[in-house]
Ligand binder design. Structure first.
Ligand code: ARG
Length: 461
């Protein structure tokens, strides 16, 4: 049997393999709600423009409502032979209301229909990501305020560099997620134009009102060029690009969590809720959630890359290649959403081992820069000389196998005779962080202020 929707010029039905490669219903059924909303807005507009009668429009809208509940109650039978969500719904509409169903597709094509459905879906997803990012930032800022003064080692090259506070470290991620959030919001603002009414590619001769359908569906305006409207997938590429950058941040944090909760570091405790055990090694508590967040990055980057490749070099306007946009986007965007939810749960529950952090903060000669700064500030040495003198004192500490503050004054004075007892006042980690009051620095007063600023801003929405 040839296809009811487009089979007019066909004598034969499709080969089984053709049906398999062509059908998208297995995944685009996800768009049923958006498809029905788009169709209702369209038919209402057709009636308002007197392109269909009010009576037919009401019949169609009622039929669509019935279909919506059928799908939501799991009573709808999806058919591969009907290719996609659009034709599945329209075919069912014909079963329910008869030939009137055929009037719905006036002045519209599946090309603008799918572009509309997908935009609506991506828009909802961006709104969810926006909310999820805000929840993650909130969890981080709350922890940061509590631990504004708890010192930990700050690293470069994963080697102890200078002490920082745990709160400061968490707030670094708040900054990253805030940028991610603003990218999500930008993408949403840019994509919020309605392709509905662009029809196949050239617009339509029917006196449709694209502004009305745009408004009914919550779009800011209709797209200005019909060719662009049906061939553009920037909106989903941009959503995946924003997600990919966010995934970079999530994976860096996930990696730190994996390192921090290892027995060798012991910086944090993860809750049982976000860990798993081993079937053979009874002592194990593994940070699987963090590892999976780190790994989801692969899928998210993959879906961005996949879609970029699908779109690259496609001539205008619509080509069936574009049907391959959905699975990739569904996978990438649901992965980022799950990763954000898991990270938020983990952050809420994790507890720093403040004693371990403090001890680690003092090891590895982490206050060497404080010593050099003291030589500059108190003895008036040029920084480069101070750097050299400090390096020699660190050398003594290495030789004696002791921390910097345990190097005797006499030994320091052998390097520079003018060093006094007062130097020990800057060699503690607490003093070190407290002195870092420059804007954006790790001093607890700064951290507390920043944490409160974020919490206030997040409460505003
Ligand atoms: N299932 C199709 C898609 O997802 C709908 C659009 C079909 N348009 C067409 N000209 N064949 O892209």
């Amino acid at each position: 049997m040839s296809n009811r929707m487009w089979g007019g010029r066909f004598a034969e039905g499709p080969d089984a393999i053709m049906e398999e490669i062509n059908a998208s219903i297995d995944y685009d059924r996800k768009l049923y709600r958006q498809d029905i909303a788009g169709s209702k807005a369209h038919v209402r507009m057709l009636a308002a423009q007197q392109i269909v009668t009010a009576e037919d429009a009401a019949k169609i809208a009622d039929g669509l409502d019935t279909i919506l509940s059928e799908i939501e109650e799991g009573k709808f039978t999806f058919s591969r032979a009907l290719e996609d969500i659009h034709m599945n719904i329209e075919a069912r509409l014909a079963e329910l209301i008869g030939p009137t169903a055929g009037r719905l597709h006036t002045g519209r094509s599946r090309n603008d229909q799918v572009a509309t459905d997908f935009r609506l879906w991506v828009r909802d997803t961006l709104d969810t990501l926006d909310q999820q990012l805000s929840e993650l930032m909130q969890a981080l800022a709350e922890k940061a305020e509590i631990h504004a003064a708890d010192v930990m080692p700050g690293f470069t090259h994963l080697q102890s560099a200078q002490p920082v506070t745990f709160g400061h470290h968490l707030l670094a991620y708040v900054e990253m997620f805030a940028r991610d959030r603003s990218r999500v919001r930008d993408a949403r603002a840019r994509m919020n134009e309605s392709p509905l009414g662009a029809a196949a590619l050239a617009g339509t001769s029917f006196p449709i009102d694209r502004k009305a359908t745009a408004e009914a569906l919550g779009f800011d305006r209709p797209t200005a060029n019909s060719l662009d409207a049906v061939s553009d997938r920037d909106f989903v590429i941009e959503a995946l690009a924003a997600s990919s950058i966010c995934a970079v941040h999530l994976s860096r944090f996930a990696e730190e969590i994996v390192i921090w909760c290892s027995a060798q570091f012991g910086f944090i405790k993860l809750s049982d809720k976000f860990s798993t055990g081993s079937s053979i090694m009874p002592q194990k508590k593994n940070p699987d959630a963090a590892e999976l967040i780190r790994a989801k990055t692969g899928r998210i980057f993959g879906s961005l890359q996949g879609l970029l490749v699908v779109m690259k070099g496609l001539p205008l306007a619509y080509s069936k290649d574009m049907q391959e946009d959905k699975e990739q986007a569904f996978d990438g965007l649901s992965s980022i959403s799950l990763a954000l939810a898991a990270m938020t749960g983990m952050v809420k529950d994790l507890e720093p081992n403040t004693k371990v952090l403090k001890k680690a903060a003092g090891s590895g000669y982490s206050t060497a820069t404080d010593l050099a700064d003291w030589l500059v500030r108190v003895l008036g040495m040029p920084f480069r000389d101070a750097h050299h003198v400090t390096g020699r004192i660190v050398g003594i500490a290495v030789e004696r196998n002791c921390e910097l503050h345990k190097v005797p004054l006499e030994a320091m004075q052998e390097v520079d005779a003018t060093i006094t007892e007062e130097v020990f006042s800057v060699l503690s980690v607490d003093k070190s962080v407290r002195s870092r009051v420059s804007y954006g620095g790790t001093a607890p007063v700064n951290v507390r202020k920043q944490a409160r600023r974020w919490l206030k801003e997040l409460a505003r929405g």
